[in-house]
Design a protein around this ligand. Structure first.
Ligand SMILES: Cc1cc2nc3c(=O)[nH]c(=O)nc-3n(C[C@H](O)[C@H](O)[C@H](O)COP(=O)(O)OP(=O)(O)OC[C@H]3O[C@@H](n4cnc5c(N)ncnc54)[C@H](O)[C@@H]3O)c2cc1C
Length: 381
C-alpha cells in the first residue's frame, strides 16, 4: 500500500511530494500537466514569495498562519530555490520572481517529484475508509493508502481546471467551510462610475484604496469590465460589499497649485485622459486652481477621497484566489492534519487562508506543504 496519496499536482501538492521520501507518494492531477496555475502565475514569471511575510499579509487566523509560516518561511524557501540553482529576483514591493519564467520553478518541482508517481488526467472523485487507511476513488481506479493529503486548491481560474472536491471531502468528515468568494480580482461598477469603463486601457501609477480599516496602494487599471490592477486586487481581498474610497492623488499637496497660470488638468500628476474624465464627472471646470469657486475646490479635493460602492467583482473567472475555505481551527498547525480524521491532511489554498498580492499565496502553499511533509515523514518507515 502506498503511504501517501496527494490530491492535486499544483504548488502545494508538488512541494509536498518533493519533501517526501522516494516512492512514498502518488500525486493525482486531473489536468494533462502539473502546476497549471504556477505556470501562469505572476504574469508568467511566478511571484514565488516576498521579502517581508507576516500574518498581517493574510486573511485568516493569524496565530495559525504564523505558526505554519514560521516553520518554512520566505528565507527557507529562497534557500530551497537557491540550493537547486534558482536565484529569485527581488522586484517592486519586495516581491521575488523567477528570473525569466515560471517554467524555472515548475521544472525544479517536476524534477524533485520524479521520485514519486505522478498520475495525470486522473480525477479524484471520492475517498472512503478501509480497515487500514483510505481508498481513493478516481475516474480510473481505486488506490489504497495510509494517508490522504488534500491539495486541490480553490475555485478561481476554472479555465485551468479546478474542482470543489477538497471542500466536499472536508465536509464529509465534519469540517466547516467559511464563505467562499473570488478575491484578488477586479471590481465591476455601478452606473454612476460607468465613465471609468471609457478609460479602458489607461492606468494610474499610484493610488490608495481604503476598504474598511485597510489601505491598499499601487497601480489602478481601467478595464472595459470595471477597474483592476494591484491596488484594486488587494482591496478585493478585504471587500465584502459597500463603499470603498480611492485616493487618486496620495501625497499630493494642493498648495503647489496656487498661483499657477496653468489649468489644473495640466498640473495634476494624472494621465491627461484620466484627469479630464474625472474633472468632467465631478463637474469641475478645467481652469486654474485660483479660478475655482470654493465648491469646485471642495469637489476637486474629493479626488483624494472618491467613494463609491462597486457593483461586484469580475468573478472566479478572473480571480487569482478563492477567499475562505476549510476552517483552520479544525486543523493542527503542527502537522496540517484534520482534528476530526486521523491521517487526513489539508494544505494550500483549500484552507481558509488567503494572502495579499505579492507572493503570499504561494508562500502559504509551500509553507503548509513543508509542515505536512514533516509530519508525514515521521510516519513513513
Ligand atoms: C492567474 C493567477 C496568477 C497568480 N499569481 C500568483 C503569484 O504570482 N504569486 C502567488 O503567490 N500566487 C499567485 N496566484 C495564486 C496561486 O497560484 C495559488 O494560491 C496557488 O497555486 C495555490 O496552490 P494550491 O496547491 O493550493 O492549489 P493549485 O496550485 O491550484 O493546485 C491544485 C491542483 O489540484 C488539481 N485538482 C483539483 N481538483 C482535483 C481532483 N478532483 N482530482 C485531481 N486533481 C485535482 C488542480 O487541477 C490543480 O492542479 C495566482 C493565481 C492565478 C489564477
Amino acid at each position: 500500500m502506498i503511504p501517501v496519496v496527494i490530491i492535486g499536482g499544483g504548488a502545494s501538492g508538488l512541494m509536498l511530494a518533493s519533501f517526501l521520501p522516494s516512492k512514498s507518494a502518488i500525486v493525482i492531477e486531473s489536468n494533462p500537466k502539473v502546476a497549471a496555475k504556477l505556470l501562469v502565475s505572476g504574469g508568467g514569471r511566478c511571484n514565488v514569495t516576498n521579502e517581508v511575510v507576516s500574518s498581517t499579509n493574510y486573511l485568516g487566523d493569524k496565530d495559525f498562519i504564523s505558526n505554519v509560516i514560521s516553520q518554512f518561511d520566505q528565507n527557507a524557501l529562497l534557500s530551497w530555490c537557491e540550493a537547486r540553482g534558482l536565484s529569485l529576483i527581488s522586484q517592486k514591493n519586495h516581491q521575488y520572481f523567477c528570473p525569466n519564467s515560471a517554467k524555472e520553478i515548475v521544472s525544479i518541482l517536476s524534477k524533485e517529484c520524479s521520485k514519486q508517481t505522478v498520475l495525470l488526467n486522473e480525477k479524484v472523485l471520492d475517498i472512503n475508509h478501509s480497515h487500514d487507511g483510505f481508498v481513493v476513488q478516481t475516474n480510473k481506479q481505486k488506490i489504497k493508502t495510509m494517508s490522504v493529503v488534500i491539495a486541490s486548491g480553490g475555485l478561481s481560474y476554472p479555465i485551468l481546471g479546478v474542482s470543489d472536491i477538497g471542500y466536499k471531502l472536508a465536509q464529509n468528515v465534519g469540517h466547516g467551510i467559511s464563505k467562499l468568494s473570488p478575491a484578488l480580482v477586479g471590481f465591476t461598477l455601478q452606473k454612476e462610475q460607468f465613465f471609468m469603463k471609457e478609460l479602458s486601457g489607461s492606468s494610474v501609477g499610484n493610488v490608495e484604496i481604503k476598504v474598511g480599516t485597510k489601505s491598499c496602494r499601487g497601480d489602478l487599471l481601467f478595464a472595459h469590465k470595471g477597474i483592476s490592477g494591484p491596488s484594486v486586487l488587494n482591496a478585493s481581498l478585504y471587500w465584502e460589499k459597500g463603499s470603498i474610497s480611492i485616493d487618486f492623488l496620495p501625497d499630493f499637496r494642493w498648495k503647489s497649485l496656487s498661483g499657477s497660470k496653468k489649468n489644473i488638468s495640466t498640473l495634476l500628476p494624472l494621465p491627461k485622459r484620466v484627469i479630464k474624465s474625472l474633472l468632467e464627472n465631478l463637474n469641475i471646470p478645467d481652469k486654474t486652481f485660483d479660478g475655482l469657486t470654493k465648491d469646485e475646490r471642495d469637489r476637486l479635493f474629493g479626488l483624494q477621497n472618491y467613494s463609491f460602492a462597486p457593483a461586484g467583482t469580475f468573478g472566479y473567472g478572473k480571480a487569482e484566489v478563492t477567499k475562505g475555505g476549510i476552517v483552520t481551527r479544525e486543523i493542527d498547525p503542527l502537522t496540517m492534519m484534520s482534528k476530526f480524521e486521523d491521517n487526513l491532511y489539508f494544505i494550500g489554498e483549500v484552507l481558509d487562508v488567503t494572502g495579499e498580492l505579492g507572493g503570499y499565496n504561494l508562500q502559504w502553499a509551500f509553507s503548509s506543504a513543508f509542515v505536512c511533509a514533516k509530519a508525514l515523514r515521521s510516519k513513513i518507515k
